[in-house]
Ligand binder design. Structure first.
Ligand SMILES: Nc1ncnc2c1ncn2[C@@H]1O[C@H](COP(=O)(O)OP(=O)(O)OP(=O)(O)O)[C@@H](O)[C@H]1O
Ligand SMILES: [Mg+2]
Length: 412
């Protein structure tokens, strides 16, 4: 058994260390967690966030998009499930983007089939939990965070799944100083993010569920089917209040590491997030995210970056699919995943190079090194695959001469 940090809930984030009386007020007697550890959860928003002056390198979704969430809440006159900040319709609009009657533009967070988002949102309003499944870089974590932010106003009730995740991270732990001094009591109990979500009717998140050892995963079964969490040491239980649900993410590639038991799988509605359907969709995703990231890193906007973004996406898609875009040439796929997320990093890295060492315009030379780094994960096999691609595809393609030269330079 691991010893949790004293007075800090398991998996605590900085947001949780600030005391807040209000959160415990709405909790039913007998189901509440100790007021001492009552989190800011439920208050959410930027007013009482852990990052009031906006200096966080990566603000939580509910802070970064607080204005959009507030505008949606104001415009939203549809019925809201118990303890939801927004109606399912407004949550879907928050994720997919749109324009409100008063002209407020909601930026799309997720670019993909509308139906997927609708199914995911409605699942959260049912008694089944939501499992987001997909290959790496398909925005599972991203969607899970934004869903929690829109539904509960708080995306921080998070358990990060690893091979070493203990049961306490999902159920509860103990403050050992308290436990030794006074014996088991409510005050000595350190609730997990899941336990807190249950008692406050919030959305909990479990990242990388299939990396968690099978016996620890199974502690979710009672929580999801009975909606209670027994605390035998105290002869009590925590009952989930309305509004509680759970979003888990799992990676396709990890399948087989720790398969989900069928008992647990039945408690989830699985939504598979696909890779972007075509080049245009992927270029759209990459350019949006690069723009957002660039702004938070204070990189100058690259007015003519679209050509390079399209090129990075084309290279990634061709190598990932094992065939050129025109379908004529078969290619070998490298060992790396070459996901949209990696394309975003390559372009962001390229923009930084262009901003600091170039003239601010994204050019082939700025992305070539990044692409090489993403493609060549295995120095022997991947390098051969890359060189073959450069010599047979890049070299022959119209308008790709500069890029070909840049690739030759960085591989030399
Ligand atoms: N369809 C999409 N719409 C919007 N953003 C996307 C999409 N696909 C990928 N992204 C972007 O890719 C980045 C990585 O996504 P994320 O980390 O959520 O992937 P993941 O599926 O959780 O990957 P992993 O399996 O490695 O954990 C995010 O910044 C996200 O914005
Ligand atoms: Mg993830």
């Amino acid at each position: 058994m691991t010893v949790p940090e004293i007075a800090a809930p398991a998996g605590a984030t900085p947001a949780e260390s600030a005391p807040a009386e209000s959160a415990s007020a709405e909790v039913k007697p007998g189901t509440s967690v100790p007021a001492r550890t009552a989190p800011t959860a439920g208050a959410g928003g930027s007013a009482d966030s852990a990052d009031p002056d906006g200096q966080a390198l990566r603000p939580h979704a509910e802070d970064a998009f607080a204005a959009e969430l507030a505008a949606l809440a104001a415009a939203d006159d549809r019925p809201r499930p118990a303890r939801w900040r927004l109606s399912p319709w407004a949550v879907a609009t928050y994720l997919l983007g749109g324009t409100l009657p008063d002209g407020t533009v909601i930026t799309p967070k997720y670019v993909g089939p509308r139906r997927i988002v609708e199914v995911a949102v409605t699942t959260l309003a049912t008694d089944r939990a939501l499992l987001l499944l997909g290959v790496p870089g398909t925005a599972k974590t991203w969607v899970s965070e934004h869903l929690a932010a829109a539904v509960s106003g708080d995306s921080t009730l998070l358990v990060q799944g690893t091979a070493g995740t203990p049961e306490e991270a999902i159920r509860y732990g103990w403050n050992y100083a308290q436990l030794l001094a006074h014996g088991p009591s409510r005050a000595a109990l350190v609730p997990s993010p899941v336990m807190r979500a249950m008692s406050e009717g919030m959305t909990a998140r479990v990242e990388e569920l299939t990396r968690i050892p099978a016996d620890v995963q199974d502690s979710l079964i009672t929580i999801l089917s009975e909606k209670t969490l027994p605390v035998p040491e105290l002869g009590e239980e925590v009952q989930a209040v309305r509004g509680f649900n759970l979003i888990a993410t799992a990676n396709d590639r990890d399948r087989g590491v720790n398969d989900l038991s069928s008992a647990l799988r039945r408690r989830f509605n699985t939504v598979v997030l696909p890779l972007p359907a075509d080049t245009e969709a992927e270029v759209d995703i990459v350019s949006r995210r690069v723009d957002q990231l660039g702004r938070s890193l204070d990189l100058p906007a690259a007015p003519d970056g679209m050509d390079e973004i399209r090129r990075v996406v084309t290279v990634f898609r061709e190598l990932r699919d094992g065939v050129t875009a025109d379908g004529r040439t078969k290619l070998k796929s490298p060992s790396g995943t070459l996901s949209t997320a990696e394309a975003i990093s390559v372009v962001t890295g390229g923009l930084a190079l262009a901003a600091h060492f170039g003239d601010g315009v994204l050019r082939p030379g700025d992305v070539a090194a990044g692409i090489l780094g993403a493609v060549v994960r295995d120095p022997a096999a991947d390098r051969v695959i890359w060189q073959e691609y450069v010599e047979t595809v890049v070299r022959e393609r119209e308008g790709w001469k500069d890029f070909y030269r840049a690739c030759r330079e960085v591989s030399a």
